[in-house]
Design a protein around this ligand. Sequence first.
Ligand code: MV4
Length: 501
Amino acid sequence: MLKKILVANRGEIAVRILRACREMGISTVAVFSEADRESLHIQMADEALNIGPAPAIESYLNMDKIIDAAHRSGAEAIHPGYGFLAENAEFDRLCEKEKIVFIGPNSKALELVGDKVRSRQTMEKAGVPIIPGMKSIPKNFSEYDVEAQKIGYPVMIKASAGGGGKGMRIVWSSKELKPSLEACMREAKSAFGDDSVYLEKYIEEPRHVEFQVLADNHGNVIHLFERECSIQRRHQKIVEETPSQALDPELRTKMGKTAIKVMKVSGYNNAGTVEFLLDKNKNFYFLEVNARLQVEHPVTELTSGVDLVHQQISIASGEKLSFNQEDIKPNGHSIECRIYAEDPVNNFLPSSGRVLFLKEPQGPGIRNDCGIYSGCDVPIYYDPILAKLIVWAENRELACQRMVNALDDYVILGIKTTVDFLKEVISHPQFRAGITTTDFINKYFNKWEGKGKTEEDLKLALLASAFADYQKTYTRRDSVKEQKEIFSPWLTLGKWRIGGK
Ligand code: MV4
């Protein structure tokens, strides 16, 4: 088993991975940028190394600095988390060259699944259903035009190097095709350094259903069932759950088998996710492979009883999977809400600053994967995810109730968050009915204005300000030592008012 792991990430996911290492008796190395000196992941690791200035490009995305930190600390392996370098084949290859274990797939598989046109070809050959469309990149416009007629409008333009919704465009008629192609190629060139785009049939009102897979280095591949991730805004997932309301046992079995096939023909190892689109008639199509531990992995953990980070580490250590497909018996229902430092009333504008007060929900079936603490600063430089609230219950209705109560109990003062917005999403009759297509947020929450400050908020503000005053009195007197310790988190607060800014 690996003895020392460097976690090349920050926030809630770094904390999550550090916990797993600690549980497995593995030493940990954290890395931090100038903006993250006092972040939670730094406080939790055995060692922490500075990797440079706040902008990610100079720190968390800087391959040489991270490799150097691994060598300096004697870490044998790097866990990349999600985002940053997690799906970077060049970084994966660099780790291989430097004899550092990359906790993720081998670089060849990572490269294949990162190329959408090449993976469509591979999947078609293997008999995996793909969305009708092009299987190679045309050389000139007339080929696009001919192919679009064949596919039938509306069509979708996608970037070969894209993924997760970046570099996509819908085209409704042939006269829009040329300008859309040109715009899409320009975007793809600047976003991915590659202007290859192709056409697919546009699937209307699809659902997004993905399967979690584990593959060891000995050819064993199993799946841990699905996650439904259709509730999203501008390709940013907001709520995820398992099981999906759209699958019956037969379809679930078929999609699970297909997901395993996708990973086998890709030569994939470690944890990964196979994304499918499900159309209105319940036809499913392979979309892409997410070659990382995903943000929404906890819902799978709570229903399958498998710790995915433990599995990733043990696979990377060369162990065989200790269970087979028949051993996986999903139980109950799990939902995750992503809590972001964003203002849902103001077009989800990122909100940064100091967390003045944090109260995390507790109780049976409640898990809070959190990267913040009372008094910490939320920097502007990175993805504004603060925490993930995940609930488990025997069935979906109970899980929804548990989620609403837990969101009610979640208090984050000082910065704007999505907590109240999420409460209304989960409370929405359409959500309760399980009607979660990808247009849900646009349809029901297009111009959400919130409810304004409730009496409860005001009471909390009052309480918090009373604490602040109390603390000020005692520090001025500079005497009562115990009090100073009891209220020490408040000493870092400084001047503030409720609602941030
Ligand atoms: C599509 C599609 C409709 N037709 N492809 C968005 C994320 C990326 N992985 C693929 N996506 C889509 N691809 C065809 N041919 C609609 C989407 C899509 C979507 C997919 C999953 C979840 C949310 C979505 C929101 C808008 C569009």
